[in-house]
Design a protein. Structure first.
Length: 427
């Protein structure tokens, strides 16, 4: 697979000719609704087998081999040429095939009032590429009972595909994460035991394999209490044949105060079978316009995480959405930015005829447009380039895998590149 960025004057037909494939294949792979309409700066995944490099002025086999971490001999062998060959500008070179890393994937699904047919179909479409499907969420109640989400036959669909079902337990109360609610489970042993028993019984009934705690806004003073709670959970779940995992905020230091002060990365890494990093939401509904998961910020979190937790336990978190901010921005107006999928963002750019730009530092695409009322909008989202940057980070740090929030947000390029970069493990 290759990533092509649309330039001024290019058409999909011409791009297809460049790569020697029918333009219809490019349109289908990228799920373009109208192949005749693309915009400058749009990233397209080119569905061709193998990886290639087009020779630029001044490049030799030696220079190119250094770019891709290979040798002159391997590069020459892959192209059936002599190691001493003189290259032509624009010449296409096949890159030596590398063994794909094996990783785990974890995808949250969040059914609300009822299961929609489109959600069930999306589960069917994605389970082959998943190690875990996380059902978000079973809300822990103050008496130790569970408020269950509608799940229909989703666990059975996942299980038939060899995907493990994860039971996500949250401290959501009245649609918000509550540190006060979490404290009840930490300090009341009777309620804690009742919660654990209800979790085990529900897991057995529906075939959940992993118990995944997504407890957020934990008070800094409850840090050790949360650690003890997880140790108790492990002691209860492991004998029942269940694994234990937790979701961690995008923390980049061992700070004991602030909104993330209640989370002890090192302890979670020691106690849990794996953890997921929520490495997104720098840009969010009520922020100024900015990338949702800028690679420079994500890297800081990963660097801290690997200093505290074994890499084989860490999932990198990845958003499957972006935001459309309306001027004046939320901090001034209190009006939330509109969430949209990467596919919706592309279609919006095409409709508005807005050239897509790319922030090299954040490794994130964005564009501006003015609506019918003359009001400015800023849109930041994810594309093939930004997701490839995250995949490269997983390889660099040898992480266990990737976690996605959440199913139902169309991003076809992600799934193409995921299977091109990795082999997904089925446990």
């Amino acid at each position: 697979m290759l990533i092509h960025v649309v330039q001024q004057g290019q058409s999909l037909y011409g791009i297809g000719q460049t790569y020697g494939i029918p333009y219809e294949q490019i349109a289908s792979a990228n799920e373009l609704t109208n192949p005749s309409r693309i915009v400058v700066g749009q990233a397209l995944v080119i569905p061709i087998t193998g990886s290639y490099h087009w020779v630029l002025p001044g490049q030799s086999l030696y220079v190119i081999s250094r770019l891709y971490g290979t040798t002159v001999e391997e590069l020459a062998r892959a192209n059936g040429i002599s190691p001493n060959s003189i290259l032509q500008i624009g010449q296409r070179l096949s890159l030596p095939q590398r063994r794909k890393p094996v990783i785990d994937t974890f995808l949250y699904v969040e059914p609300r009032e009822a299961i929609l047919d489109v959600i069930v179909q999306e589960v069917r479409n994605r389970v082959e590429d998943l190690t875990y499907l996380g059902m978000f969420s079973y809300e822990a109640q103050r008496d130790g009972s569970l408020k269950a989400p509608p799940i229909d036959d989703i666990p059975e669909i996942a299980a038939r595909a060899g995907t493990l079902n994860a039971m996500v337990i949250s401290n959501l109360e009245n649609f918000a994460f509550s540190g006060d609610l979490a404290n009840v489970f930490f300090t009341n042993q009777t309620v804690q035991n009742r919660l654990f028993e209800n979790i085990v019984q529900t897991a057995k009934r529906f075939g959940f394999s992993d118990i995944h705690f997504d407890f957020e806004f934990i008070r800094p003073a409850d840090r050790e209490l949360y650690n003890t709670f997880l140790r108790n959970a492990r002691a209860r779940f492991h004998p029942a044949g269940l694994t234990l995992s937790s979701a961690l905020p995008p923390k980049s230091s061992p700070a004991l105060t602030g909104v993330y002060g209640g989370i002890d990365f090192k302890a979670h890494g020691e106690i849990c079978d794996f953890v997921t990093l929520m490495t997104y939401e720098w840009g969010y509904s009520y922020s100024d316009p900015q990338p949702v998961s800028p690679i420079n910020q994500v890297r800081r979190v990963v660097e801290f995480a690997v200093s505290q937790i074994p890499t084989e336990k860490i999932f990198l978190g990845q958003n499957l959405y972006g935001y459309d901010w309306t001027f004046p921005y939320p901090p001034e107006t209190g009006i939330a930015a509109k969430a949209l999928s990467p596919q919706q963002a592309i279609n919006l750019a095409i409709t508005q005829n807005a050239n897509i730009q790319y922030d090299a530092t954040a490794q994130a695409p964005f564009f501006l447009y003015w609506d019918n009322n003359g009001v400015r909008h800023d849109v930041w989202f994810e594309d093939a380039r930004s997701i490839q940057a995250k995949f490269n980070l997983i390889k660099e740090f040898n992480l266990r895998g990737i976690m996605y929030w959440k199913l139902g947000l169309a991003f076809p390029q992600n799934w193409l590149l995921l299977t091109d970069n990795f082999t997904v493990r089925k446990r």
